[in-house]
Write a protein that binds this ligand. Structure first.
Ligand SMILES: [Zn+2]
Length: 60
């Protein structure tokens, strides 16, 4: 399901993130249309993310 709402920001694991310490926020490196947020925990366990816009996925 890729009915992405661009205003909705969620982490790769589906959690909504506010100001979690150590979280990272960046635009999709492929299309730049979607803001990806990863928590410190997700980076530690190297959770993969997938951009809902272009399907780009990666660990960074
Ligand atoms: Zn993208």
């Amino acid at each position: 399901m890729f009915m992405a709402e661009l205003k909705m920001i969620k982490s790769a694991s589906g959690e909504e993130i506010t100001n979690e310490k150590g979280s990272t926020k960046f635009k999709c490196p492929n299309c730049g249309k979607y803001i990806i947020i990863r928590s410190l925990h997700e980076r530690k366990i190297a959770t993969r993310y997938t951009c809902p816009e272009c399907k780009f996925s990666g660990p960074n």
